[in-house]
Design a protein around this ligand. Structure first.
Ligand code: MN
Length: 438
């Protein structure tokens, strides 16, 4: 785990006034990365760092003489149109750039004048997927989600026997990962309605979202070389929000025996910003495994796992229908939970993924799987909140939802708080459902 340092000091303020208002997701203690350009421009996409309501344009900053040494090398890599080369550089480079940015953005910095010329308002930027994501693996790390889903199929035996021993995952589709703000076409496909004798083809009728976190891989591992628990987090650059949309009716018909396919590969939405593991250090918390559950096998265990293996990230899902937006009704919160409830940690996912020699590469994405908490209101998908569609939720507009309708906009948000620490956030991960093309 990254030690705390001056960049986490809650007393540190920025000469960018909007970073100091106590409610922004992006105070000087956060400094997350994205890839952006000015909206509607022909500029090249390049790396940027959020501060308050502004973006530090790293390409401009590298030419402004603000950074030196390793921080300058890191900033050059991070100003490319994807962050892969920067992600590959590892902890020392990430940390050097973070320290230099924190100093240069601090109140009273001698670099204020030079760096002020490198700011772009977030309101006038558009964003790209921040890395060339070669592979996307989706896990299933919430035991509450796995149990809620299992109950709908096997009320007496909801959790399969492997769940508490092995981090369950499958290889997903990288090409259809999109950045927040990208509208999503309702998928079409085959489904087998209850009582039918043959499948029908048409628009998905049970479209759902999944509240997940995405984990960006930093330095990779060579094919054949496993990553031990003690080294696992040095292979992780940072976290984002991930909406792993699901077509439940298509999935129900296609998923046996090889798992989900077209029900998952039509699109998954990534948040604009990546919050680094270093920024998340103050919000680490104990990871626990109930005493009467199997304890992790030795290769998935580590001395500091139980003291700080988890991260307390407060998560929320909101929905706004087309009618709500037309009537200026605020988005409706469907669920709140925390990432700390995950059964398997980030280090365990990296270690398990590579234990047979599978090579991870810089910019690869691991999904946590739907993050549901221990209570009914902490469910991270509609299929859980509505008990498989049987108990619709009511929106402030009076509309009801068993599953998503065309025009619905789903937004994931997240933030971290801890006593005596700054509040940092992840921005938003939003997508709106468009009508199917049949
Ligand atoms: Mn998923």
């Amino acid at each position: 785990m990254t030690p705390l340092n001056a960049t986490h000091d809650p007393a540190r303020t920025s000469w960018v006034a909007s970073a100091n208002d106590g409610v922004t997701d992006f105070p000087i203690q956060n400094l997350p990365f994205a890839v952006f350009r000015r909206t509607g421009s022909a500029e090249v996409f390049r790396g940027g760092v959020a501060i308050g309501d502004q973006i530090v344009d790293l390409a401009a900053a590298t030419a402004a003489g603000v950074f030196t040494g390793l921080a300058q090398e890191a900033a050059v890599a991070a100003s490319a149109s994807t962050l892969n080369a920067f992600m590959a550089m590892g902890n020392a480079a990430w940390s050097a750039l973070r320290a230099a940015l924190s100093d240069a953005l601090s109140t009273g910095s001698a670099h204020e004048r030079a760096l002020r010329a490198c700011l772009v308002p977030q309101a006038s930027a558009e964003y790209a997927v921040p890395a060339r994501i070669g592979d996307y693996t989706d896990f299933y790390t919430s035991i509450y989600h796995a149990t809620n889903i299992g109950k709908q199929f096997r009320p007496d035996n909801p959790l399969l026997p492997n769940y508490k021993w092995v981090p369950i995952g499958y290889h997903g589709r990288a090409s259809s990962l999109v950045v927040s703000g990208t509208a999503l076409r309702r998928p079409v496909g085959q489904s087998m309605p209850p009582g039918a004798t043959q499948p029908s083809f048409g628009p998905c009728k049970r479209l759902d979202y999944e509240l997940e976190m995405g984990i960006y891989v930093g330095p990779g591992n060579a094919l054949g070389n496993r990553v031990a628990m003690a080294d696992a987090e040095s292979h992780v650059f940072g976290l984002c929000l991930l909406n792993d949309w699901s077509a439940r009716d298509i999935q129900g018909w296609e998923y046996q025996p090889l798992g989900p396919f077209l029900s998952k590969n039509f699109g998954s939405t990534l948040s604009t910003w990546i919050v680094t593991m270093e920024a998340l250090a103050p919000y680490r918390t104990a990871w626990t495994r109930p005493a009467d559950d199997p304890q992790p096998l030795p290769y998935l265990d580590a001395p500091d796992l139980r003291s700080n293996g988890a991260i307390d990230i407060q998560l929320a899902v909101t929905l706004s229908s087309a009618k709500m937006r037309a009537d200026n009704v605020a988005p409706h919160t469907l669920c709140r939970t925390s990432y700390r409830h995950a059964y398997w940690t980030i280090a365990q996912l990296v270690t398990h993924h590579t234990v047979n020699g599978c090579n991870l590469q810089p910019g690869d994405l691991l999904g946590t799987g739907t993050l549901s908490g221990p209570t009914a209101t902490e469910a991270g998908a509609l299929v859980e909140l509505t008990s498989g569609g049987k108990q619709p939720v009511t929106l402030p507009s009076g509309e009801t939802r068993s599953f998503l309708e065309d025009g619905d906009s789903v937004a994931l948000n997240a933030h971290c708080v801890a006593p005596g620490r700054a509040r940092i956030g992840f921005g938003t991960c939003e997508g709106t459902v468009l009508a199917a093309v049949v």
